[in-house]
Design a protein around this ligand. Sequence first.
Ligand SMILES: N[C@@H](CCC(=O)N[C@@H](CS)C(=O)NCC(=O)O)C(=O)O
Length: 200
Amino acid sequence: MQLYLNTSSPYARVVRVCLYEKELMERTELCWCDPWAADSELLKITPLSRIPTLVTEGGEVLTESLLIAHYLDAVGEGAKLLPADGLAETLALAGLGQGLMEAAFNVVIGRKHGGPDVDETLLGNRRLKAIERTLVTLEAHPSVLAGHTQCTLGAIVVAVALAYLSFRLPAFDWPNRFPRLQAWFAKVTECDSFALTAFE
Ligand SMILES: N[C@@H](CCC(=O)N[C@@H](CS)C(=O)NCC(=O)O)C(=O)O
């Protein structure tokens, strides 16, 4: 398989963590790329020019981090990322994590291309508020309170989204403001798959 990625994409990091968790790294070539480049290898395989993009051993081109994770869960080894037992809980957490990631990513991209005033626009303001509300929700989330820290897709996506917030939007200062979430995050990210995929 080939995975197209860069070192700062939270979506690509989710897929990398899944590759480690499913013991698929040795079967995967990492193709580092710039998705924003007009003329790239990535553009030759997907018209969307977005990462992560995974080319399977059978030559299918998969996009969308959660769909790729679903595929890796089916073809890899080890514990299930989407265990049948507690599936709804896992998917609920994955949805919160993906939404948090999208809101954070859009704030970052919005500022990069539109400057800091973007935060004052209707959309910019909605994203910032969504981040804050999601952090509050996660701090009191049943999975967090119950200390469910096994590496399901839900835990992976939320943990990567939180790491991305610390990386790109540190002013949220979530680790100091949400101590239960911080303790949960510390446990989830203890495994090698997180240490080996740090943002750069
Ligand atoms: N919903 C997608 C989002 C992927 C995405 O937005 N990737 C960014 C990098 S973090 C990208 O490739 N952007 C380039 C573009 O939008 O043209 C997923 O979950 O994989």
